[in-house]
Write a protein that binds this ligand. Structure first.
Ligand SMILES: *Cc1c(COP(=O)(O)O)cnc(C)c1O
Length: 233
């Protein structure tokens, strides 16, 4: 049976191969291990292999794990990658290091106001609905520049980049085509903002990380290939 360590190393090898195939250096892509539905003990095992960044979708579940793992041997970096409603901004601001799913100014303002003074500013990405899926969260690409300019002004946030969750499509070329749109938008916003901290394009998951790396992702969010299939309660 494969261990979590085997799985992590296999994902690292996939990222390295994808970088090599695109003429990128391996350290230009960060791995975010998506631990939603898995236990604090599973996270501890993966962290013991050197993995530092973990992503959670469900805020209370994430906070429970963050608290359970505080003061451990490794300092972990926690990313909120699930939808953030107004009544959950305080938990995110108080416990997470990153929020990838900001898609409106009201949520950004609440995160800014609720970020405790003793913590570093919260890193945020704007979630973009890059393929126009009707049921999906995320801001429309045409509105990203305006929101980015507003969020960049908030002193307790650091605008780090963009995040996308395109609907699954089959085939490398089609996956690259969607991710390339996100990359082009990222470059456009980066040029307009002119802020060096705007350095993160969060895209690519278990099924499409090679295409995402090819298109210019700087952070892939991988759950299944590390932790296994999920069962929801
Ligand atoms: C669950 C999830 C992932 C990981 O997906 P896998 O296909 O299991 O790798 C990545 N990003 C988000 C936003 C998710 O909700």
């Amino acid at each position: 049976m494969k261990t979590l360590s085997d799985n992590l190393h296999a994902v690292q090898a996939r990222i390295a191969a994808a970088c090599a195939a695109s003429g990128r250096t391996t350290d230009s892509v960060q791995l975010l291990a998506v631990s939603k539905t898995f236990s604090a003990d599973d996270v501890r095992q993966v962290a013991a292999c050197g993995q530092r960044d973990f992503g959670e979708n469900y805020i209370q579940e994430g906070v429970d794990k963050i608290i359970a793992l505080q003061g451990g041997a490794q300092v972990l970096v926690w990313h909120c990658i699930g939808p953030i409603q107004s009544n959950k901004t305080k938990l995110v601001a108080e416990h997470f290091d990153w929020a990838h799913t900001v898609d409106r100014l009201k949520i950004a303002q609440r995160l800014n106001d609720q970020r405790p003074a003793h913590l570093a500013p919260l890193n945020v990405c704007l979630q973009v609905n890059i393929d126009g899926g009707e049921t999906k969260s995320g801001i429309a690409p045409a509105n990203v520049l305006v929101l980015a300019a507003e969020v960049a002004k908030l002193p307790r946030l650091v605008l780090r980049g963009l995040m996308t969750i395109p609907d699954p499509v089959a085939g490398f070329e089609r996956q690259v085509a969607v991710h390339a749109k996100a990359r082009a938008l990222f470059d456009e916003v980066k040029a307009a903002l002119n802020q060096p901290q705007f350095d993160t394009l969060s895209m690519g998951m278990t099924g499409d990380l090679e295409a995402a790396v090819h298109a210019g992702s700087t952070m892939v969010r991988v759950g299944t290939a590390i932790f296994g299939g999920r069962t929801y309660a």
